[in-house]
Design a protein around this ligand. Structure first.
Ligand code: SAM
Ligand code: SF4
Length: 461
């Protein structure tokens, strides 16, 4: 029998790319490809790329250089290795990638990866292919479903894309150009995917989308459903203990979604709500379509139904025209909200976006210095938030083995990572842990009740 062909998919960037990478591997499984963790050993290497910031693109090109060395070593041994570049860099740069690095065999856009089996078959004949046109068909209708073993290997917490693309056109952002217009998947197709995940052992599902709370997929009654309605449907799937969603836009934080936070016990009290800046002048220049007050109002509405809600955000510093005064308003917003954490970025001009053409670009030294100050403030808030848990008992979903022998790692409802000494049989259980201390990015816990068997298994027995 011939040796099975091996594929290595490497993801860059957001959770959406992690999901897409898994689906690429699923699409190739019926064509006889098995996944390998080793790039040097693969017959096909797929780099699933991100071009949200210039640094992310540089990383991709340096990675292509590294894969090229593996390809040359494989060829020296008489073995063929194919290299495919997928995702947002592929979408944005297209044929330029093959012009720059002839080692690349295939460039496949973010909406076309369902065609991978056919494209790879054509590569075998020695063709080089660029496929970045937005297709007429929906990739989700065509993609092979993951095998139960593949789901189990990926762990008890899974991402599910429910919405793609963006119509908001923030002036700094490439997403509307690389991912295209906003599209939502139908409720029942998502429910079927979640049911399949649950029956293979998944206990937590995070619904993902560039603008997830703008979700408006087709419901059973033929009427468009909101994200709140989708969450209500998924909360009924047996086995799913926890639901989350990300990333949201402040403008789309509607009453129905807020009500879901009060009604659904499976919906975790955590929201990632990017604000980008605390200055109304900057928010207008960014075309965010919300003010500082709108943002604070959305948070007040959320906290009115879930007082314990943890909030995280994204910030951009050094957007064109940002003054020290604007930046101070960002700092004051951080203090006013008390975030549990945040991602902070120095503005990176992206070709083709309006902000890249704006005057008064901020010098890199200024944005770097602001970035440090913002990060220091957010770290202080994160510490305060995490320290407030010491001595408390929290329900933790135990996800996987930790780095130390006998250790497991899990998540609190507020998405904090917790390390605990506990037997592996407890992976998949949601258990009360007493929080005994905090580290930089993690909490330490101890089992509140000694257990050796999975809690969900005993409860259902
Ligand atoms: N849709 C989400 C929203 O509305 O904020 C964000 C999606 S984007 C993939 C993730 C984050 O990358 C953004 O929130 C923003 O903070 C950051 N980002 C996007 N474009 C950027 C740029 N040109 N320079 C720096 N950061 C950027
Ligand atoms: Fe980009 Fe998010 Fe703005 Fe859409 S809403 S353009 S994805 S930052």
């Amino acid at each position: 029998m011939s040796r099975p062909r091996k594929v290595h998919v490497k993801s860059f960037g957001c959770q959406m790319n992690v999901y897409d990478s898994n689906r690429m591997a699923d699409a190739l499984a019926p064509a006889g490809y098995i996944e390998t963790a080793r790039m040097d050993d693969a017959d096909l290497v797929i780099l699933n790329t991100c071009n949200i910031r210039e640094k992310a693109v540089d990383k991709v090109y340096s990675e292509i250089g590294r894969v090229r060395e593996f390809k040359e070593a494989a060829e020296a041994q008489g073995r063929r290795m194919l290299i495919a570049v997928a995702g947002c860099v592929a979408q944005a740069e297209g044929p330029e990638i093959i012009r720059r690095t002839s080692a690349v065999d295939l460039v496949v856009g973010s909406q076309n990866y369902h065609r991978l089996p056919d494209l790879i078959a054509r590569l075998q004949a020695g063709e080089k292919i660029v496929d970045t046109e937005f297709p007429a068909e929906d990739k989700f209708d065509v993609l092979a479903a993951p095998a139960p073993e593949a789901i189990a290997k990926r762990g008890i917490s899974a991402f599910v894309t429910v919405q793609e693309g963006c119509d908001k056109f923030c002036t700094f952002c490439v997403v509307p150009y690389t991912r295209g217009a906003e599209v939502s998947r139908p409720v029942e197709k998502i429910a079927t995917e979640v049911e399949r995940l649950a029956s293979a052992g998944v206990r937590e599902v995070t619904l993902i989308g560039q603008n997830v709370n703008a979700y408006h997929g087709l419901g059973l009654n033929g009427v468009q459903a909101s994200l709140g309605q989708l969450l209500r449907r998924l909360a009924q799937v047996p086995g799913i203990a926890r639901l989350r969603y990300t990333t949201s836009h402040p403008r789309d934080m509607n009453d129905d979604l807020i009500a879901a936070h009060s009604d659904l016990s499976a919906l975790m009290p955590y929201v990632h709500l990017p604000v980008q800046s605390g200055s109304d002048r900057m928010l207008a220049a960014m075309n965010r379509r919300h003010t500082r007050k709108d943002y604070l109002d959305a948070i007040a509405r959320l906290r009115a139904v879930r007082a314990d809600l943890a909030l995280t955000s994204d910030f951009i510093v050094g957007f064109p025209g940002e003054t020290e005064e604007d930046f101070t308003e960002t700092l004051s917003l951080v203090d006013e909200v008390g975030f549990a954490g945040a991602y902070t970025f120095a503005y990176s001009p992206r070709p083709g976006t309006p902000a890249a053409e704006m005057e008064r670009q901020v010098p890199v030294e200024v944005s770097t210095e602001r970035l440090y100050r913002l990060q220091a403030l957010i770290t202080r808030h994160q510490r305060t938030f995490n320290d407030s848990f010491v001595g408390r008992t929290v329900e933790v979903l135990l996800e996987k083995p930790g780095k130390l022998p006998g250790q497991l790692v899990g998540k609190t409802p507020y998405l904090q990572t917790v390390q605990v000494m506990a037997p592996r049989t407890l992976i998949g259980s949601e258990l009360p842990l007493i929080i005994t201390g905090t580290g930089t990015n993690t909490l330490f816990g101890a089992l509140a009740i000694e257990r050796t068997a999975p809690a969900f298994a005993t409860a259902g027995a």
